[in-house]
Design a protein. Structure first.
Length: 149
DNA sequence: GCCAACGTTGGC
DNA sequence: GCCAACGTTGGC
């Protein structure tokens, strides 16, 4: 079992959006960064994922989802209508992946970034490091537990 | 292979 | 809206 965190802008895919989706499951697509993509590809079935809300009024971790389908080619990369279209990606050689995430839990409050920064267990985590723009990152069990408590 | 220019992310 | 930090692109 691995643990992860993914960032989302809540107006695009918030924890509530996942909870209200058909079968409470959403395709997690649009990742266009190689490091983040590689982490997506490393996700295994039933891995747990913190849902982090960014670029909004309440920045922080909002809840938990789990991986119900492991990585497959992100269809938006082939769709010229999509904002995530990538003309350099070919169907027989996709560059980008998606996973499917299913709702697990919404926290009673969003755990603010400020609070996460003050948690000594997270000092070495990419999330709290200045200038880090990584949108998919691994969490160790210790880091996960430190947040979940 | 270097690196300047550019575009994007994301907190504030 | 600002701007620092970062990743990508493309000329050379």
């Amino acid at each position: 079992m691995n643990y992860w965190l993914v960032k989302t802008e809540p107006n695009e895919c918030s924890i509530d959006d996942i909870a209200n989706a058909t079968q409470q499951t959403m395709r997690w697509d649009g990742v266009r960064n190689y490091q983040a993509r590689n982490f997506l590809a490393a996700m295994a079935l039933n891995d747990l994922v913190f849902i982090y809300h960014s670029s909004c009024t309440k920045v922080g971790i909002a809840g938990i989802a789990k991986v119900v389908r492991t990585h497959y080619p992100d269809p938006t990369q082939f769709d010229p209508e999509s904002a995530y279209f990538d003309s350099k990606s070919k169907p027989d050689e996709p560059r980008w992946y998606a996973v499917d995430l299913q709702f697990v839990e919404k926290f009673s409050r969003v755990i603010p970034l400020q609070e996460l920064k003050q948690n000594p267990a997270l000092t070495n985590n990419k999330l709290v490091q200045k200038g880090s723009r990584l949108s998919v990152m691994p969490f160790s069990q210790q880091e996960w537990n430190a947040v979940y408590e």
